[in-house]
Design a binder for this molecule. Structure first.
Ligand SMILES: [Fe+2]
Ligand SMILES: [Fe+2]
Length: 166
């Protein structure tokens, strides 16, 4: 079974994710190309892997799932222009957080998860285990999707993490 089927067949995951996935505004991410797939599918994979890893580690899997699905909830298209695409690289977590508050009333923990998901590129630091899980899962999923910047981001992230723990 491929990953997308596995996700759609996971009853617990779907019971929490469906209100987001079927929302008219969130469904617009289906039209946006993201890492060679759609932003909708990317978000689904990040939400699912974050949910699974949180469950495995005994964390708050509901928040990890919700914020994981919503971490890239912004409707600006990927830009070929290098300046505006670099700007979006930095600014999109804030846009996603604002959309997530407006449409889904995400709580404070979920807000931090969304805002810090680009760490260490963002200046917002993950402040919960779930936030660390989502930023990690986002990078791994992006790597599998063949995102060009993913490898550099993962190396940077590991470097910061190692320094952080010491
Ligand atoms: Fe992102
Ligand atoms: Fe992402």
């Amino acid at each position: 079974m491929n990953l997308m089927n596995k996700i759609y067949n996971d009853k617990e995951f779907m019971s929490i994710a469906t209100p987001i996935l079927t929302h008219k505004e969130f469904m617009k991410t289906k039209q946006i190309v993201h890492h060679g797939s759609t932003r909708y599918n990317h978000s689904l994979k990040v939400g699912y892997s974050s949910y699974k890893l949180s469950k495995l580690l005994g964390c708050d899997f509901t928040s990890a799932l919700r914020a994981g699905v919503l971490h890239d909830f912004f409707l600006v298209r990927d830009d070929k222009n290098i300046v505006s695409s670099a700007k979006m690289f930095i600014e999109h977590p804030t846009l996603a957080k604002e959309n997530a508050i407006n449409y889904f009333g995400v709580n404070e923990k979920e807000q931090n998860i969304i805002e810090s998901h680009m760490f260490p590129v963002s200046n917002v630091i993950p402040n919960s285990k779930e936030a660390w899980i989502v930023t990690f899962c986002d990078k791994i999923v992006a790597l599998f999707e063949g995102a060009t910047k993913a490898k550099a981001q993962i190396s940077l992230w590991m470097l910061f993490l190692v320094n952080f723990i010491r």
